[in-house]
Design a protein. Structure first.
Length: 238
């Protein structure tokens, strides 16, 4: 009697084991399919373009110093006249020239100032040229010795700043170029792996960079610049 009860139990246990094996096989097959369906390749596409800066900013900061404030002020005013005449001779219209604020420093009014025998007052004035005539600014930079010869003391002169303002004009074409570059790389990868290339899964556009054309230094110090953008795109593999 006990043996008779064991037989159905063994059958049920066997069926349950078969069911678990079959279920495990289905789960395993599902994981494989999920992995196959999720296959993708991520590539980067690069686009670069050489451009010419179309805006130049030239700051000219000059100083004068002495013991009597009114005398130092008079020298600054005289130097300002020299600078204005120099820029007019260089061919700049009046609307491209801006007068910055006058800086006045009284060295003896500072707390714990040292009596080192230096001048008491130091005045600094800045004149800023802002123009789209980039070539003219380059020529002016080479001619600044004329100001020095006339007694104008230039301070902290680091040269003009050159700016490329037409990024929006080149942006669409460069994004298309970077995208095409990325697809070309993905297509080559798919061909080498023997897998058809599918649609875009995810895409990220990198930020645009303004770089020095020669690859070193500060891009803003030269009108010869290079625009670069890198896109990152994931493609599905069929």
């Amino acid at each position: 009697m006990a043996d008779n009860k064991l037989i159905p139990a063994a059958v049920v246990g066997g069926l349950l084991a078969v069911g678990l094996i079959g279920g495990g096989g289905l789960v395993g097959q599902g994981v494989v399919n999920a992995r196959v369906g999720d296959r993708s390749v991520t590539v980067r596409g690069l686009a670069e373009r050489d451009v010419q800066a179309d805006l130049a900013v030239l700051p000219l900061r000059f100083t004068a110093s002495g013991e009597v404030l009114s005398e130092v002020q008079a020298r600054i005013d005289a130097d300002l006249g020299v600078v204005r005449r120099f820029l007019a001779a260089q061919g700049y219209p009046a609307d491209t020239i801006t007068l910055g604020r006058l800086e006045v420093s009284d060295r003896r009014s500072r707390e714990y100032a040292q009596q080192d025998g230096g001048p008491r007052f130091i005045l600094a004035q800045t004149v800023i040229v802002r123009t789209t005539d980039v070539a003219r600014v380059q020529a002016t930079t080479r001619a600044l010795n004329d100001l020095v010869r006339q007694g104008v003391v230039l301070q902290d002169f680091n040269g003009p700043t050159y700016i490329f303002t037409k990024l929006n004009d080149v942006r669409p074409a460069m994004i298309a170029e970077a995208t095409a570059s990325a697809r070309s790389g993905a297509a080559q990868f798919a061909e080498d792996s023997g897998t058809p290339l599918g649609p875009i899964r995810q895409a990220t556009q990198g930020s645009f960079e303004i770089l020095p054309r020669e690859g070193y230094g500060d891009a803003s110090q030269s009108p010869d610049q290079r625009v670069r953008v890198v896109t990152t795109i994931s493609y599905r593999l069929k």
